[in-house]
Design a binder for this molecule. Structure first.
Ligand SMILES: Cc1ncc(COP(=O)(O)O)c(C=O)c1O
Length: 289
């Protein structure tokens, strides 16, 4: 659920009163980029990594960063404080701005629209942790620059809806016989004690949670590898995990209706999930940037 106070172009105001122009290019073209930053115990988690990715997304759509990391850090802290802290997530969006008229090729001197709001982060239900989630597969129908975290998410939205229609949690995407990612998650495939994820590149969003998984795996002396994963490797996985900022890691326990890992979260998932939890808590009180 969205929390009451948002940030819009330098001001903090009630979300219900926030207004942007219908001529904003985000509204007309999806011409905008965004980030989602989890906050645990009032502390933004992996903020530097999210802001680095935001900068890369901005560069990818030929925009300059309108705020420094320190300034975004300030906005994040302010939103957390004004919405009573705790566990939540922050949504940050930068659009190319509004101009009078509709031109695919944007003009010079546009003023970007800066928007951020906070949302409650519901604790993971015991059912999701104990039973895992269902996933289906589908062909990846997205554009060629999936590394840019663009608000133009129509393909992702349609693909996620396929999962919802099938009573599943996520749609795992395949392209040319290989795994790319989920419609809003990084997919990890575990085989013979090794964690595999597809390499970063233009074809997937470089996940911040995936990097946490890699770091925690190293701490646990579990090997992780970045390599291409075929559809048959996905289907033969010992475990499949979804990683994403607002939920950390979730176990996939059925894929296209067939059981994965005995249809229950596997032992590797349990270890990693515990490590994730304690890592997020151990950072409490340390500076977010
Ligand atoms: C397409 C896609 N892939 C992967 C991810 C996971 O990225 P992160 O772990 O940084 O949230 C997301 C998150 O929203 C996503 O939308």
């Amino acid at each position: 659920m969205p929390l009451p106070i948002c940030y819009l172009n330098g001001d903090y105001l009630p979300l219900t009163e926030a207004r942007v122009s219908p001529l904003d290019r985000a509204f007309l073209f999806g011409d905008a980029v965004y980030e989602v930053v989890p906050v645990y115990a009032a502390r933004p988690f992996r903020l530097r990594e999210h802001l680095d990715r935001l900068d890369r997304s901005l560069a990818g759509i030929r925009m300059h960063a309108p705020l420094t990391h320190a300034e975004w850090g300030q906005v994040c802290q302010e939103l957390v404080a004004r919405n009573s802290g705790g566990d939540l997530y922050l949504y940050i969006q930068i659009t190319r701005g509004a101009e009078f008229g509709r031109n695919h090729a944007w003009g010079a001197d546009l003023t970007p629209t800066l928007f951020a709001y906070a949302s409650a982060l519901e604790p993971l239900s015991a059912q999701l942790l104990d039973r895992g989630v269902a996933a289906i597969t589908a062909a990846d129908t997205r554009w060629a620059r999936r590394d840019i975290k663009s608000t133009a998410l129509l393909a992702n939205v349609l693909l996620k809806k396929l999962a919802a229609d099938a009573g599943a949690y996520e749609t795992i995407l395949l392209e040319n016989g290989e795994l790319t990612e989920g419609s809003s998650t990084t997919v990890h495939v575990i085989k013979d004690g090794v964690i595999h994820t597809p390499p970063n590149g233009h074809h997937i969003l470089p996940g911040t949670t995936r990097d946490v998984v890699t770091e925690l795996a190293a701490r646990l002396s579990v090997q992780s590898k970045s390599d291409s994963i075929s559809e048959s490797q996905l289907r033969a996985a010992d475990e499949i995990w979804l990683a994403f900022s607002t939920r950390g890691v979730l176990a996939v326990t059925t894929l296209d209706g067939r059981a994965v890992a005995g249809a229950a979260p596997g032992p590797m998932f349990k270890r990693l999930n515990r490590a994730f939890d304690s890592y997020a808590r151990e950072l409490a009180g340390t500076p977010p940037l």
